[in-house]
Design a protein. Structure first.
Lengths: 323, 553
């Protein structure tokens, strides 16, 4: 097993390095000079631009820049953001917790509620509850999250004033407030963005889990289990569900990076201070170091989640390791 | 696991969650008095380095400048007329008075009660130290350029500072006071300038203004607390929270949900102003903006910058395009009553616009006559004018981030089609648009510019060697007139009006709109005044109405 995991890990590292090189070159090839906007309405002179270009190493050939970047990366240095004038690693560290909290909450909700509802639908196939949940999940899947976010913010935040419409914490909360008060405050702010992102992802998980369960429930070994007189819950959860998890594991691997990078709009609508909004700002200003930092983080997550999915497959199904 | 049991548990959880939702209140931990005496301002960007002399490059933005204005006091402030010329229309701040020794020497006497937030008196040494850094081109290139006419700053004792200028001109006091506020020499003289932005001081700045720094929560907000010992009077609002939300919808939601008390420049569409005005706890306040929007004509061939533009180098064509546009209609459609057509490149905050001529109205017959005189006729009857086999077709470049420009460009395209000018719209991502315009790769460039309160900023775009003159417009008469206006003593308004008239005659651009910003402020605040140059500058004078002082949420 260890040899197989090692091979997969090596493949993951190579994939990451290839992604790094492609991202680096593509970013420099894209039009839009990050330094031209620095002067704002009072343009900076070509001499000043030359000084800044040298400061950020942008006057070097792309190959030299890439070598220098990789050298820094090995030492945990992703450079200094052009826009913020601060180390990229510090900026990422500031924003990562908010992203992990949001993405983690969505994943948690997705793979508890989504799986449970999917299984429930499968075991009640064709009944009214299944039909209702199918309709709801299709509606949820078809609902654009940017629209849903705006509607929820208006309805719950403005019209009913039940929950905060934006932000991650109440700025008027005293700095000496207790942790429970702070946690409750963050939780209140978390509800709407999580709900917005969860509706689509739960709907997708439900659909996948339902069809996977239906496939498994048709197999002869399930009939055998029932014939042996096992209780239905044991048949469902112990025998059928475990084998119906494979497609959902794949889905988990796909959702993880999407929730980190793909929540840009939801972060914007709810003024959530995560990596998505940081990355979007970096794209707009062509802040190469920051853009590279956020992109690499997402690339690392994609590679890591792919690796984790492979390992999970391997652990659940030994045949995969032989493939 | 029994599915029914799970189902029951889930139902209970959902009911509990819903109960939690409907009973949600702002978190405890904020005393009612504290919240009552606080203001939450929502803006589009968070300040990252609000320290004078450090606001260079990407840090030279409005977010930093507005926070810096609460922390650091200038020697003097612009008066209500925003007149930047002469010595009379300024209000004393750090300096209690100023006198003129001669036409090139200004003397400031500092207020002896002025203190830094750590209690140390503000002295002439602080001013000299600040100006030395600000005038050092290797440290602060932007500031050094703005202060290039100041030849020296010296201290005479603890409280007197003397500014020396290279030559007599109208905006000496403005240059000495507006561009940079003093920073504390006793805290900074041991920190090398190149590491100052990463120092403890940058993380926790010590100023001398009405509010002192408390904390910054990255990506969320900055908290300031009033300076109880402020020598010009203790501010009435105790706590200021400046909350960042880049998305306009998020800013609107924060205002409408009562989670913010004030917002600068209600974002488009215009319906947002109506939504704010319809909220009983909020009021809208129009404020003159520093913004001007115009359609810039490229004077040079976009493919060969050494050659004149094949169509737009002809002033008759440029004037015809200007006369073909119903600018008043364009402004009314986009801005409603919150905008006007400017005369020349003068935004609403520029004092030179007062008394300037009225902008020309749409005149289609004259536009057609000018085009015909330039040889443009519709010989093939396709609706587009042509000359020597070439159609009168132009491209208009604009950034896709500007909702106003995107909307207006379509209307312009339609209006110009009416006189036989074909315009192809090219929307670009902002950095790409910026790169193309800087390289002169455009025919018509749809620009929106933010101006300083001083008209000297016009040199950037409208003089032959202006740094922002990407269209290569060059009229030596305009250069000469601008020089005269800048050097004139007394009231130079007439000189500046002559400049504007000459620019209008040359038609290097069609000046389309000068918007009025509309701010939103909670009605519980009294004595509200907003500054067009730095929105919240007068915040220290605001107060909270006792009767309706509870926060709206």
């Amino acid at each position: 097993v260890s040899g197989w995991v090692l091979r997969r890990a090596l493949q993951a590292v190579v994939t990451f390095l290839v992604a790094l090189a492609i991202l680096f070159v593509l970013m420099r090839a894209a039009p839009g000079d990050p330094l031209l906007r620095l002067g704002g309405d009072r343009p900076i002179s070509p001499r000043e631009i030359a000084v800044l270009r040298a400061r950020y190493g942008l006057d070097q050939p792309v190959g030299t820049q890439l070598r220098s970047f990789v050298g820094g990366l090995i030492h945990g240095d992703l450079g200094v953001s052009i826009e913020y004038g601060r180390p990229v690693t510090a900026l990422l560290a500031e924003r990562l917790p908010a992203t992990l909290l949001l993405g983690g909450s969505v994943l948690l909700l997705n793979f508890t509620v989504g799986l449970w509802l999917g299984v429930r639908q499968a075991v009640r196939r064709g009944r009214r509850e299944d039909r209702w949940l199918t309709t709801l999940s299709l509606a949820g899947y078809a609902m654009p999250s940017f629209w849903l976010g705006l509607v929820l913010a208006w309805l719950v935040g403005i019209h009913w004033r039940l929950l905060p419409a934006a932000g991650m914490q109440d700025p008027l909360l005293s700095s000496d407030a207790g942790w429970a008060t702070r946690a409750a405050d963050v939780l209140g702010h978390l509800v709407l963005p999580v709900l917005t992102l969860s509706v689509v992802s739960i709907a997708a998980t439900m659909r996948h889990q339902r069809s996977a369960m239906l496939e498994v429930l048709r197999l002869p070994y399930i009939l055998t289990a029932r014939a042996k007189g096992l209780p239905e819950r044991a048949v469902t959860w112990r025998h059928a569900w475990r084998n119906a998890l494979f497609p959902v594991i794949t889905l988990f691997g796909l959702w993880l990076p999407i929730l980190v990078s793909g929540s840009v709009f939801v972060e914007a609508v709810f003024a959530w201070p995560g990596l998505g909004s940081l990355a979007a700002g970096a794209v707009g200003s062509r802040d190469y170091p920051l853009l590279m930092g956020t992109s690499l983080l997402v690339a690392a997550l994609v590679v890591a989640s792919g690796f984790a999915t492979d390992v999970a497959y391997g652990l659940l199904d030994p045949r995969v390791r032989l493939a | 696991v029994d599915l029914d049991e799970v189902s029951m548990t889930a139902r209970t959880a959902v009911i509990a969650a819903l109960t939690g939702l409907v009973t949600w209140q702002p978190a405890e931990g904020q005393s009612p008095g504290d919240a009552r005496n606080s203001i939450v301002i929502v803006t589009g960007a968070q300040a990252t380095l609000p320290i004078p002399t450090l606001m260079e490059g990407a840090a030279a933005n409005l977010a930093n400048m507005e926070i810096a204005d609460q922390l650091f006091l200038r020697l003097a402030g612009l008066g209500p007329t925003l007149l930047t010329a002469g010595d009379r229309n300024f209000v004393p701040l750090l300096a209690s008075s100023w006198t003129r020794r001669d036409s090139v020497t200004l003397v400031f006497d500092l207020n002896p009660r002025a203190r830094w937030h750590d209690g140390v008196p503000v002295t002439a040494r602080d001013v000299v130290f600040t100006m030395e850094r600000a005038r050092n081109r290797s440290i602060t290139p932007r500031l050094a350029d703005l202060l290039k006419h100041i030849t020296g700053v010296t201290a005479e004792g603890e409280r007197r500072v003397v500014f020396h200028f290279s030559h007599p001109y109208a905006e000496q006091l403005y240059d000495a006071t507006f561009h940079v506020a003093p920073i504390p020499a006793h805290l900074l003289d041991t920190i090398p300038p190149e590491v100052l932005s990463r120092s403890a001081f940058a993380a926790q700045p010590v100023g001398n203004g009405p509010y002192r720094w408390v904390r910054a929560v990255p990506g969320q907000f900055i908290e300031l607390r009033r300076n109880d010992d402020f020598f010009l009077g203790k501010p009435k609002i105790e706590r200021v929270i400046v909350r960042a939300a880049a998305d306009p919808d998020a800013r609107m939601n924060l205002m409408l949900s009562g989670e913010a008390d004030a917002m600068d420049n209600i974002p488009p569409p215009r319906d947002n102003i109506r939504r704010i005005a319809a909220e009983p706890s909020l009021r809208t306040i129009p404020v003159p903006s520093p913004t001007i929007g115009y359609l810039l004509f490229n004077q040079r061939d976009r493919r060969d910058r050494e050659r004149p533009h094949p169509i737009l180098s002809d002033v008759r064509v440029r004037r015809a395009i200007g006369l073909a546009l119903d600018r008043r209609l364009l402004v009314r459609v986009i801005f409603g009553s919150y905008g006007e057509v400017p005369y020349g490149p003068a935004s609403p905050i520029l004092w030179i616009r007062h008394g300037a001529p009225v902008p020309a109205r749409q005149n289609l017959p004259e536009a057609r006559r000018l085009l015909a005189a330039a040889g443009w006729r519709d010989t093939d009857g396709d609706g587009t004018l042509d000359r020597e086999g070439h159609p009168l077709a132009l491209t208009m470049s604009l950034p896709n981030t500007s909702a106003i420009r995107k909307q207006m460009s379509v209307l312009i395209q339609e209006q110009l089609r009416g006189i036989g000018v074909r315009v192809d719209l090219q929307q670009y991502e902002f950095p790409v648009w910026n790169e193309r315009r800087t390289a002169g790769d455009f025919d018509l460039d749809f620009v929106s510019l933010s101006q300083d309160p001083s008209p000297t900023g016009l040199t950037q775009s409208w003089t032959c060697n202006g740094g922002n003159n990407v269209a290569r417009y060059c009229d030596p008469r305009v250069d000469s007139l601008i020089d005269q206006a800048m050097l004139s003593q007394g009231d130079p308004a007439q000189h500046w009006h002559t400049v504007l008239r000459q620019i209008e005659a040359d038609a290097p651009a069609v000046f389309l709109y000068a918007p009025t910003y509309v701010y939103a402020v909670n009605r519980r605040f009294r004595n509200v005044s907003l500054n067009p140059v730095s929105s919240w500058l007068q915040l220290r004078e605001w107060s909270v109405a006792p009767a309706s002082s509870t926060p709206s949420r």
